[in-house]
Ligand binder design. Structure first.
Ligand SMILES: C[S@@+](CC[C@H](N)C(=O)[O-])C[C@H]1O[C@@H](n2cnc3c(N)ncnc32)[C@H](O)[C@@H]1O
Length: 234
């Protein structure tokens, strides 16, 4: 009998924020697969390192962080083929996904390649949005607020337009776009309504006001939450 592919959300960083279901499936899988940068360790694997059995086969999916679409497509084609072979041989494969697999998660590229030929189950995880809001003590949205999720690599004019149209916003993928993000929020007069957080739920977590964000480059695992109406939940 064939195995199953599990797309497992492992949460934002704190290993205690993994779900009971994810933990059960992770421990039972014969094979684990996870994304990793070109060089260096996988964040998703590091989150669950303490839960691994030590006997599982591991598939490392190395993807350049700023991958152009085509090389990345080849990488996912190859990884999907490897995973499908394990599944055909009857082995379950747990694909580790930082945060939630279907919230800007690279798992969706494997899902797109495997879902028609293999049994695939997606296990949702605690996403960075909810984890960051909790860590900052700042509800994401209240009443009928419209919440926008805005990727920082977008051009400045697009960010400004989306911000201007939303009541609350989460600007993700800050990285080398920190200066641009600070500038556009300040220009819209929202600087005192914005807060920055990096590495939420980890020991290295930092929360800053926007004007304290002085580096042109922030870590990749950082985001900015903006509440146009201030503390709208009061
Ligand atoms: C490609 S998206 C993946 C999101 C992930 N699937 C989730 O559910 O949160 C990566 C972005 O999520 C945000 N992010 C993820 N984990 C974070 C953390 N622990 N602290 C702050 N931001 C985080 C950052 O903005 C980062 O650039």
């Amino acid at each position: 009998m064939s195995g199953t592919v599990y797309g497992i959300g492992v949460g934002p960083g704190d290993p205690e924020l993994i779900t009971v279901k994810a933990l059960r499936l992770l421990r039972a899988a014969a094979v684990i697969a996870y994304p990793a940068p070109d060089q260096g360790d996988s964040f998703a694997r590091a989150i669950v390192a303490g839960f691994l059995t030590g006997t599982q086969t591991e598939i490392v999916i190395r993807t350049p962080m700023e991958a152009a679409r085509f090389p990345a497509q080849e990488i996912y084609d190859r990884a999907a083929g490897e995973i499908a072979a394990h599944v055909a041989a009857g082995r379950d494969v747990a694909v580790l996904c930082q945060g939630d697999p279907f919230f800007y998660g690279s798992f969706m590229y494997l899902f797109g390649r495997l879902a028609e030929t293999c049994r695939v189950e997606v296990v949702p995880g605690v996403s960075s949005l909810t984890a960051c809001a909790a860590a900052m003590g700042a509800p994401l949205a209240a009443r009928n607020d419209v919440l926008a999720v805005i990727p920082a690599p977008l051009p400045e004019t697009d960010i400004a337009e989306r911000l201007a149209a939303a009541d609350a916003a989460a600007i993700i993928k800050i990285g080398r776009h920190a200066g641009k993000v600070r500038q556009v929020i300040t220009r819209l007069g929202l600087a005192d309504r914005a807060r920055y957080i990096e590495r939420a739920t980890l020991a290295q977590q930092r929360i800053l006001r926007l004007d304290e964000l002085v580096d042109a480059e922030a870590p990749y695992f950082s985001l900015v939450l903006v509440h146009r109406r201030g503390e709208a939940w009061r």
